[in-house]
Design a protein around this ligand. Structure first.
Ligand SMILES: CC(C)(COP(=O)(O)OP(=O)(O)OC[C@H]1O[C@@H](n2cnc3c(N)ncnc32)[C@H](O)[C@@H]1OP(=O)(O)O)[C@@H](O)C(=O)NCCC(=O)NCCS
Length: 211
């Protein structure tokens, strides 16, 4: 098990947030003992959401492998947790920040985000994306990318609200269950520029309000 990141302060977790409907959730990095919780989360996702993952998350081995080989410097998974009345924890959102350690894109990170169906449209997507974005800033990432299907209006609206801009379109890049191909849009957010602006203005990132 390799959990690492010298550059980041993890003592701030778990962080408590209130969703738009008043429900309380806790946000923290994924731990090795999250395996069953994460598996249950993916199992309850709509089939159409699962189809666009790069990995087959219906396979327990896939999740086991993630949990046993956590390496925050390569992939930082942040979870939103709901605490049940009996004390059990339930995963309601999963966001990941993917970075390259070598090569020409070490300054670029990719974000992936999934919210439990019952917890959508309550502001959780915004919370998770902000959290990932803050972590990217701390890591010194200059550019955060997100890939979404061109017809995923909800995700596109969310990304735009948080300052992401369209960078490229991959034509017919995603295939649905009927074999139909869909365009995929690459969005990006220029963390470097934002970081520099805050440094120039001497603003603490914790108090920065995204556009
Ligand atoms: C896309 C997704 C992450 C949005 O998460 P969410 O928690 O519902 O988002 P929020 O509640 O924070 O919504 C923030 C804003 O995004 C926009 N938005 C989110 N979902 C939307 C939808 N289905 N239709 C239209 N706008 C939507 C709205 O502007 C919303 O603000 P509002 O509710 O005040 O109008 C979620 O639907 C999801 O997990 N989808 C499946 C996976 C996916 O598409 N991932 C790609 C993410 S980059």
């Amino acid at each position: 098990m390799l959990i690492n990141s010298d550059m980041m302060d993890f003592s701030v977790y778990p962080k408590r947030f209130e969703l738009d409907d008043g429900i309380e959730v806790f946000v923290r990095p994924m731990r090795p003992d999250d395996r069953d919780r994460l598996f249950a989360f993916f199992r309850h996702l709509p089939h159409k959401d699962r189809r666009f993952f790069k990995h087959d998350v219906s396979q327990r081995e896939v999740i086991t492998n993630w949990c046993e080989n956590l390496d925050y410097d390569r992939v930082l998974p942040i979870l939103a947790i709901l605490k049940e009345e009996d004390g059990r924890e339930r995963v309601v959102a999963d966001a990941t920040l993917h970075t390259e350690r070598h090569g020409w894109s070490t300054h670029v990170a990719e974000v992936r985000l999934t919210i439990h169906k019952m917890f959508r449209r309550k502001g959780l997507g915004k919370i998770m994306l902000r959290e990932i974005y803050d972590r990217a800033m701390m890591r010194g990432v200059a550019k955060v990318q997100a890939m979404v299907r061109a017809d995923n209006e909800g995700a596109i609206k969310l990304l735009r609200r948080l300052g992401f801009r369209k960078e490229a379109i991959f034509r017919k890049h995603a295939m649905d269950i009927n074999g139909r191909k869909h365009d995929v849009v690459i969005f990006f957010n220029d963390v470097g520029a934002l970081w520099k602006k805050m440094e120039d203005l001497n603003i603490d990132y914790d108090f920065f309000v995204m556009p």
